[in-house]
Design a binder for this molecule. Structure first.
Ligand SMILES: C[S@@+](CC[C@H](N)C(=O)[O-])C[C@H]1O[C@@H](n2cnc3c(N)ncnc32)[C@H](O)[C@@H]1O
Length: 258
């Protein structure tokens, strides 16, 4: 299944399950800045997209485009690998949890760098990270898939130039619905609607035996015993990373950027 087919198939309830979390949004907003022009690539339904003028979205899936609200930025149906904009057309290019879906990540990243005047801001997951209990104890195949499909920090730096990488711990009551969002609400993963908002589940051949084991561990208290220390944490670093690449530094002589 191509990524486009994935989102045309699984994206139908995306806007109900994938709402932006305000704490994560604040971290992203701080990197975007204000009063500048923004291109949101792989924008989906518009989560974490600034709601103001000067913002344009790029999204290939018609199902995702159809769920964008009336106040969302104007959207163009296109892919990251061929952005239909001139060089330096936007101050900031944003890519939130999307690079791992691109067919040609290197080409898409080059396109982001080409179109950005000031900086590229990416939210992604570091494939060197350990993940968390769900992938460690129940779905190691998700960890294997994600390690294969998420871009390495080395690839990002190789294409974008020097990058600033910040960890993004996820709050235990995260409002969004990506894979790691329910780390403190284990029973949520038993819910089919929750899983429908998480694309990696659609890549697995079988999930029932793993889910049955999770359900048994929750009922018996095994999960609680094994993960007791999580109950004391407000948030968890599972490997989500905010990556920022300054374009001015990449293009101007060194002395201007020191
Ligand atoms: C997990 S969703 C993230 C959507 C949104 N950025 C958010 O944070 O809610 C990934 C998005 O990437 C889009 N996508 C897939 N392949 C793409 C490509 N080659 N170029 C741009 N976007 C792509 C999908 O259609 C989907 O909307």
């Amino acid at each position: 299944m191509t990524t486009l087919e994935t989102y045309d198939a699984i994206g139908r309830s995306y806007s109900t399950r994938r709402q932006p979390d305000p704490r994560l949004a604040a971290r992203i907003d701080a990197l975007i800045g204000c009063d500048n022009t923004v291109l949101n690539v792989g924008a989906g339904t518009g989560s974490y997209e600034p709601v103001r003028s000067g913002v344009v979205a790029v999204e290939p899936s018609t199902v995702m485009l159809s769920q964008r609200g009336s106040s969302a930025a104007p959207a163009v149906r296109a892919v990251a690998e061929a952005l239909p904009f001139q060089d330096h057309a936007f101050d900031v290019v944003l890519a939130i949890l999307t690079v791992h879906h691109w067919n040609d990540q290197r080409r898409g990243l080059k396109e982001c760098a080409r179109v950005a005047q000031d900086r590229v801001v990416i939210l992604t997951w570091d494939p060197c990270a350990e993940g968390f209990w769900l992938v460690r104890d129940y779905f190691p195949e998700i960890l294997a898939i994600d390690r294969r499909i998420f871009p390495s920090m080395e690839l990002l730096a190789a294409v974008l130039g020097p990058i600033d990488v910040q960890s993004l711990p996820i709050p235990g009551d995260c409002v969004d619905g990506f894979l790691g969002a329910y780390w403190l609400r284990p029973e949520a993963y038993l819910n089919e609607e929750v899983r429908a908002g998480i694309s990696t589940f659609s890549r697995l051949a079988s999930i029932e035996p793993q889910l049955e084991r999770l359900e048994r561990d929750l009922t018996s208290g095994n999960w609680e015993r094994r993960n007791a220390e999580l109950r004391h944490r407000p948030d968890l670093d599972m490997g989500y990373r905010l990556v920022m690449a300054e374009r001015r530094c990449a293009e101007l002589p060194n002395e201007r950027c020191s």
